[in-house]
Design a protein around this ligand. Structure first.
Ligand SMILES: Cc1ncc(COP(=O)(O)O)c(C=O)c1O
Length: 478
């Protein structure tokens, strides 16, 4: 087992840590894995601090008496998981942002709260503190219909408890979801292709459990959804960053040896592009040639305000795509309902893995969701929310100007800024009560795109207006 201790020195940011590490050459675990585990443990246990510089690969390799490749591969893995960040020309640092502290695999017991270095209030705490939350990811839960919600849960409470819930979900809900997805996402599927999950994260984790493991590689868009990186790495894969441009993933940059590629073709997260058809075709040709499975995260595809959404990628090649969906954006993450769509045989495999993991979706939550779909409440909610979000988006463009980027879709926009302006703008806005997210939170290393990802789901329209006023003042100073 690798052990790690820091030589009783105060942490001075920008000064390289001096690790006393020992690797066990007789162990079966590869040296790279031992080293990345030991460094991860040191970071999660608070031995290595955010902002601290690690030795160069050359120096650490010499200290440990291993080849430089062992160190660079361990560093690469930790970059991909978000634990490390690089500043051009100045070395390798323990990442500073919250997302840099994913639960490692296997998870060590942290010696102190993982977010101690960069506390970020939860949405609830932000509300209690009177802060305006423009961080992306949350929907406007104030827009739900209380009568429909009560009716759905009353119906759920009337159902007797189930002593052996099917890991694929309630048959009625699978049928309703297949029908919903046929109508809204243009996929020709029946219930045998649908499994009800607790959301995208749960679906991706099951795909990871079924298809990944030690020695596999998984691709994630760069910049891309940080949680996808964390989940795939936790299932043992080495995460490979796959560059995107304003239209989405760059197919010519994809490597040949990925087991899984996670992508957001309907609305690239966080840059906001929609993958054009020719690129979709090239992506699928790549998947067929290399045998990779494409995991399509369709997280906010229902929200498109200008043109109709393109049908899901899944429909173009069900043999090479697994489609993930969620009600976290349309209704609320609180509900804990989403879906995986896959070819029936693959779905049965995922369900078998899920049963082995004793993983399932709450049956009452599924029953409530089924009633919302059956009575048309979800469709009505979507129609109302589309109007609401489109209004909010127009308001942001009016208040912040045409510099905003991203397709006319979803619940967030991108505000590009010079690299040096991002941190001061985020810090100054926070001092004035407005919480913002930086694109780099979604990057595995130093980002190519700099700016803010502004979410307009969570705050009320009045709060959005106030926050834009603050942001404009802050931006004028930078
Ligand atoms: C890119 C992306 N995918 C999926 C989700 C939703 O995940 P879940 O269904 O696990 O709540 C989010 C929420 O913020 C997201 O940003």
């Amino acid at each position: 087992m690798a052990t790690y201790s820091r030589k009783g020195k105060t942490t001075v940011p920008r000064r390289a840590a001096e690790p006393a590490l020992s690797l066990d050459r007789s162990a079966a675990r590869p040296l790279t894995v031992q080293l990345s585990d030991a460094l991860r443990e040191a970071m999660s246990g608070g031995v290595l601090h955010p902002g601290e510089r690690l030795p160069s690969s050359r120096v650490l390799a010499a200290q440990l008496g291993v080849s430089r490749t062992v160190v660079t591969e361990a560093y690469q893995q930790l970059y991909a998981e978000g634990w490390l960040e690089g500043r051009h020309g100045s070395g390798t640092f323990v990442a500073r942002h919250e997302a840099a502290h994913p639960a490692p695999h296997p998870a060590p017991a942290p010696a102190e709260p993982l977010l101690a270095a960069a506390p970020r209030p939860s949405r609830g705490q932000a509300r209690e503190q009177g802060l305006i939350d423009l961080r992306p990811g949350g929907p406007w839960v104030g827009g739900h219909d209380p009568a429909a919600w009560r009716r759905a849960w009353r119906y759920a409470a009337e159902q007797p408890p189930d002593d052996d819930p099917d890991p694929r979900g309630l048959p009625r809900l699978r049928e309703l979801l297949a029908d919903h997805l046929r109508r809204t996402r243009g996929v020709r599927i029946g219930p045998e292709s649908v499994m009800v999950t607790r959301g995208t994260g749960n679906g991706l984790d099951l795909v990871g459990a079924a298809l990944l493991g030690a020695g596999t590689r998984a691709g994630v868009e760069e910049p891309g959804y940080q949680k996808a990186r964390t989940i795939l790495a936790a299932r043992g894969a080495r995460v490979h960053p796959c560059p995107v441009d304003h239209d989405g993933i760059l197919t010519e940059a994809l490597p040949e040896d990925l087991s899984v590629l996670y992508t957001t073709p309907a609305h690239q997260y966080p840059l906001g592009g929609r993958l054009p058809i020719p690129r979709r075709e090239r992506l699928l040709a790549w998947a067929r040639r290399t045998g990779a499975m494409v995991v399509e995260d369709d997280y906010d595809a229902e929200f498109r305000y200008d043109v109709a959404p393109l049908p899901a990628l899944y429909g173009l090649d069900p043999g090479r795509v697994i489609l993930l969906g969620t009600l976290s954006k349309t209704l609320s993450p609180d509900l804990g309902v989403g879906w995986v769509v896959a070819e029936p045989a693959r779905l049965e495999h995922l369900a078998a893995v899920r049963r082995d993991l004793s993983d399932r979706t709450s049956v009452p939550a599924q029953a409530a969701t089924a009633l919302l779909l059956e009575r048309g409440d979800l469709d009505r909610h979507l129609r109302r929310m589309r109007l609401e979000y489109a209004r909010r988006r127009r308001m942001l463009i009016e208040l912040l100007g045409p510099r905003l980027r991203g397709d006319t879709a979803g619940l967030h926009v991108l505000l590009p800024l010079p690299a040096t302006a991002v941190a001061p703008v985020v810090a100054e806005a926070a001092e004035r009560g407005v919480l913002l997210d930086d694109v780099s939170r979604n990057s595995h290393g130093a980002p190519d795109v700099h700016g803010l990802v502004i979410g307009y789901g969570t705050a009320s329209p009045a709060e959005l207006r106030r926050a834009c006023g603050v942001l404009n003042e802050v931006l004028r100073r930078h």
